[in-house]
Design a binder for this molecule. Structure first.
Ligand code: SAM
Length: 288
């Protein structure tokens, strides 16, 4: 029987689809909120797609999860409470839980089925982090949570799907305004902000909103092979403008204190990730 190929259709409007051979399909159904498929691919390992967009693969997830988590946490330097919006597969949670200095981790995921299937079929991604006693796992829409909570967080990480389906609201100004409301003074908001080469408008829109709401709005880059189209932008917003320029020496000291191994993150990679090529800088709106 010929192999089944699963298409990533996120960039179909740009005239690009990529297909992954599915040697084994573990799950393919609607969760009621999203179309979820989990399958095995010979190169990328176990993969999860939501609504035709690659979410996580066991071969390269370490790049995304390390950079989305350790850059804001080590730049800030004194994170006690951290909020994850989305993140259903548990990868961000795993990396956040490695920081023993963090006292409280709240994770707000809209689709309990994503977390349930990830725990069953992608246990290596969360690596037991769902059992961390510091975790408060909330199943709700992230926009509602940030609008209503009276909790405050030093770092907010928006590990969302792309602005399609339930993730679309996580790219609106109202959400960013309320996410800022949840930050402690000098706290940092980081967002999954797409691949600028293919989704420049998404970055322009987010940075423009960041710059209306925060003192500093920018992004940093990391290249995740299965997020096709070149480096991916991680949105950065904070009222403490100095944090983006944290020096390598300080980052080394903080990383040493954190005392864990990584496969991608280093203090030098952290600092270099904020050096942006011209085509990415050109996505930034002129300061409003
Ligand atoms: N790393 C992936 C990426 O870069 O596209 C994202 C991974 S994670 C699976 C994305 C999560 O966001 C999903 O579990 C999805 O259910 C969740 N999500 C989407 N919209 C949401 C919302 N409005 N509130 C909370 N979680 C949401």
């Amino acid at each position: 029987m010929s192999a089944r190929w699963i298409a990533e259709t996120l960039h179909a409007n740009e005239g690009l689809t990529t297909s992954f051979r599915a040697d084994k399909i573990l799950y393919e159904e609607s969760t009621g909120q999203q179309e979820l498929v989990i399958f095995d691919n010979p190169t990328f390992g176990r993969m999860m797609m939501l609504d035709g967009a690659t979410q996580v693969t066991t071969s390269d997830e370490f790049i995304y999860h390390e950079m989305m988590t350790h850059v804001p946490v080590l730049a800030h330097g004194a994170v006690k409470s951290l909020l994850i919006i989305g993140g259903g597969d548990g990868g961000i949670l795993r990396e956040a839980a490695r920081h023993k200095s963090i006292e409280r981790i709240t994770m707000v995921e809209i689709d309990p089925e994503v977390t349930a299937f990830s725990r069953e079929h992608l246990p290596m991604v969360s690596a037991g982090a769902f059992d961390d006693p510091r975790l408060d796992l909330v199943f709700a829409d992230g926009t509602k949570f940030v609008a209503e909570t009276d909790q405050r967080f030093d770092v907010v990480i928006v590990d969302s799907t792309d602005p399609v389906g339930p993730g679309a609201v996580l790219f609106e100004e109202e959400f960013y305004r309320n996410a800022k409301r949840c930050l402690t003074e000098g706290g940092v908001l980081v967002t999954q902000n797409g691949v600028p080469f293919l989704q420049p408008g998404e970055l322009t829109s987010s940075i423009g909103k960041f710059r209306r709401l925060f003192t500093d709005g920018s992004c940093y880059l990391a290249t995740i092979p299965t997020y096709v189209g070149g480096p991916m932008a991680m949105g950065w917003a904070t009222d403490n403008a100095a944090l983006r320029f944290q020096g390598v020496e300080i980052l080394h000291a903080r990383f040493a204190d954190a005392a864990f191994e990584t496969r991608y993150y280093t203090p030098e990679v952290h600092a270099a990730a904020f050096a942006l090529p011209r085509y990415v800088e050109k996505c930034f709106p002129t300061r409003v």
